[in-house]
Design a protein around this ligand. Sequence first.
Ligand SMILES: [Zn+2]
Length: 303
Amino acid sequence: MLEMSRPDLKSRLRQQEVFLLDGAMGTQLFARGVALGTCSDALNLESPEIVAEIHRAYLQAGSDAVITNTFGANRYALARHGHADKARQITQAGAELARQAAGDDKYVLGDIGPTGDFLEPLGSLKADELREAFAAQARGLLAGGVDGFIVETMTALDELAAAIEAVKSVRSGLPVLASMSFDKVANGYRTMMGVDVTSAVAKMVALGADAVGFNCGTATLEEYVALAQQYMAAARATGQDVIVFAEPNAGKPELADGEAVYKVAPDEFATAAERIRAGGVRVIGGCCGTAPAFIEAVAKRLK
Ligand SMILES: [Zn+2]
């Protein structure tokens, strides 16, 4: 048998008492002087050292896995920056950067985010072309050496399905984590497209996702803790042994000069993470506004 320096990601996710993902990439890029409106994904080719530095900072802070800088590296999102034909290069380079930083001991998740458009008839996307775009992204990530995939920040079930099916279609055998973005509404939580937690989890499980979660959104920390509990309940209701993960933002964004600003401190975030862990969620990271100091605070508290 082949000697591997790290157990496969799925068993680690299932067995490790607390498995830490990383924090935000986008807000960390801006913090390092990348201008708003820049194609973040193209930085994998144009400024790889900035991306690598962020990966290393999260690993030093205690992340067990880092997520590739390929959130918008599908050809629809890349087309808005004139890079539609570079999906393969950008995704592979993104995976290689994260792999180099993570070495043999830590894990790399290949990031697949939404296109920013909708499937027909609501939008202009055609289902087969959309699946092919996500599959191209998955192939690039796989070639760059990822340990698994994360389909994240989805708001529509049909686009979520297209992304998970596309990842499955490349037959890597690697696990896929699936995540949608929720906002707090009067009677619970909904994605921008009106999907509730129960429907999201049921769909992810039906599509064969290995872990189900939530990331981003506009909730407060308090509301993310409650959302995590709803996720656990929805996962149990499927009757299967489903892994749940949580990647809240650094609290509710406030607008300052048209920019989203996050004011929660690492310690407050760690307190929320502790409560999320107490509710049974063992795989935890952060989304927008979180930084290496947030992951470090969570690691100190939970590990
Ligand atoms: Zn986010």
